[in-house]
Design a protein around this ligand. Sequence first.
Ligand code: ADP
Ligand code: MG
Length: 369
Amino acid sequence: MPHMAELNAIEIRSVSKVFGFGEFAFSAVDNASVSIRQNEFFTLLGPSGCGKTTLLRLIAGFEFPTSGEIMLNGEDIAAMPPFKRPINTVFQSYALFPHMTVAENIGFGLTMLGRPKQEIKDRVSTMLKLVRMEALAGRRTSQISGGQQQRVALARALAPQPKVLLLDEPLSALDYKLRKDMQIELKRLQSETGITFIFVTHDQEEALTMSDRIAVMSAGKILQVGGPREIYDAPADRFVADFIGETNFLKGRIRSVTAGIAEVETPTAGRISATIPKDFNADGDVTLVLRPEHAVLCAPAERPDCQMTGTLENVVYFGTDTHYHVRLSDHETVFTLREQNKPLQSARFAEGDRVGIAIEPNAARILRN
Ligand code: ADP
Ligand code: MG
């Protein structure tokens, strides 16, 4: 048996979950495989209905896989009932007991486990400190704010010291400011406790800012697993490229290949150098991916590297930056650019202007499919 430190916290091996029978059979999780490391902040990211909650419920033991195995520290946990698993869940709805105080809620799991009174008291007080709720220990949870309820739900789930904490869209009910604060708070809790977190969200920004690694899901399948940068910079396919941030897709044909870089002829932008994904046999017609912040809007004559021209259709001011939508010369493709706003800068271009687009070096990448 390998050393403990080398074992993955959770291993999902070819797991499927089918609901319904016959013609109504439906795979909520479809042959998913992924290993989650010890002490990792791991995120399942995907649109509503892609199977994130089902996968969490399988790990927690509330559902049983139709096929495949789930390993915890290298051991199959199929036969282990949910309450025996060293795994706890923070539900989207918090599911607190409104008639109990904050402290009673946090101690509930330990009380159910029949732990000694003093141990529960000590543990609750540690948890109250951890989530900074000491002052409200005696309040009923029906009398505290949404953000405070979120903290209590976290403390309650952490109190029995699980090895793995599952968090199902725990921040989705909070308003923007509070959500940002709680994101930092969750990161702190994870690194202070050393517990493996499996976090679920449909929010790509949340996934990118919080995670050590991310699994992108669609229609029950895991499409890509990687660090935030890897997922953003080298999306495995069109779905991932489109779901993680905004993306431009340009069609083209490969003319030559040198050392991992292809020269691609495009109908809208002339020749563009594009990175070829690893182990990809680039040949013939391809699609290029370009992020909106990796291109610059210019007056067509202003820059010699101004590769594309088009008509500015739309200018959207976002405070931090401005988004420009340019209809390219083929009259079909709309290219999106994003520029950071500078102090006292007024809009450089107006809707209806003829504009150019310069693509930054190393910005384009060939899509696998
Ligand atoms: P997500 O959490 O990503 O929004 P879910 O895991 O909740 O997605 O659901 C994935 C799919 O499985 C959805 O289409 C959902 O309707 C379906 N589903 C979930 N649970 C059940 C169930 N108990 N019976 C039948 N279908 C279900
Ligand atoms: Mg869900």
